[in-house]
Design a protein around this ligand. Structure first.
Ligand code: HEM
Ligand code: HEM
Length: 175
């Protein structure tokens, strides 16, 4: 049994968006003061796609509840099933927490250019506050790096089942 078409579509849409955001995030920081226009434009796209990725995860959670989900193969060892479920839960948590921290750090940063969602300027939900900025800035960074770590394990697991223990191939169900 495959995942439903909508689950598969949103999995790959958000995977592409998040991987792009991780690369852009690392590339654009620290803010290049000597090239303000270029930096501002990268931050603009990072914030816009970051908020889009948050909308994706909200739609994704609602949509997932409306569909029957395939069970993991019965031939898969228990510890691998546990690891897969743990990784999926961690990915969901990080898909929520990372953009929320991004929004908070942009709101609280004194010199922020605002919060952009493509053409729309969104409100700063929390007033400027340097102490909260410092914390959310570090947490956004480390939560993003944790997302990279879980993602690497998630992809490694998928490839292992695909190529090493083919009877447990799960990639087909999400393609
Ligand atoms: C899933 C969504 C997101 C991912 C994966 C992500 C990832 C990243 C990464 C990897 C960095 C670089 C961290 C570093 O090395 O210092 C970064 C920086 C940043 N992100 Fe995000 N981000 C996301 C969403 C957002 C959102 C929604 C906003 C704001 C509305 C945002 C605002 C920022 C800002 C302002 C920085 C630069 C911080 C600095 O200059 O120190 N991010 N992000
Ligand atoms: C940031 C990128 C990614 C995130 C956040 C992510 C997240 C998830 C989550 C939460 C699931 C559970 C099903 C669901 O609720 O949709 C899943 C399933 C899956 N993902 Fe990803 N994924 C990402 C990228 C990838 C990539 C690049 C691959 C390629 C190898 C991949 C392979 C799979 C497979 C094979 C499944 C099905 C597992 C099963 O049948 O239970 N994912 N992914």
């Amino acid at each position: 049994m495959k995942y439903s078409l909508s689950i598969r579509a949103i999995h790959w849409l958000s995977a592409a968006t998040i991987i792009g955001l991780l690369i852009l995030g690392v590339y654009m920081t620290p803010y290049d003061i000597a090239n303000i226009e270029h930096s501002e434009s990268l931050y603009f796209w990072h914030k816009s796609f970051g908020i889009l990725s948050f909308l994706f995860v909200v739609v994704r959670i609602i949509n997932k509840r409306r569909h029957a989900l395939p069970e993991l193969p019965t031939t898969m060892p228990k510890h691998e099933k546990l690891a897969a479920k743990f990784a999926h839960t961690a990915l969901y948590l990080l898909m929520i927490v990372v953009p929320v921290l991004g929004y908070l750090q942009s709101s609280t940063y004194e010199f922020s250019s605002g919060i952009h969602f493509f053409g729309i300027d969104l409100p700063e939900l929390v007033p400027n506050n340097n102490a909260i900025f410092e914390i959310t800035n570090i947490l956004h960074k480390w939560a993003s790096y944790s997302l990279i770590a879980v993602l690497v394990a998630h992809v490694a697991g998928a490839l292992k089942h695909r190529f090493l223990d083919k009877e447990n191939d799960v990639l087909n169900r999400i393609l």
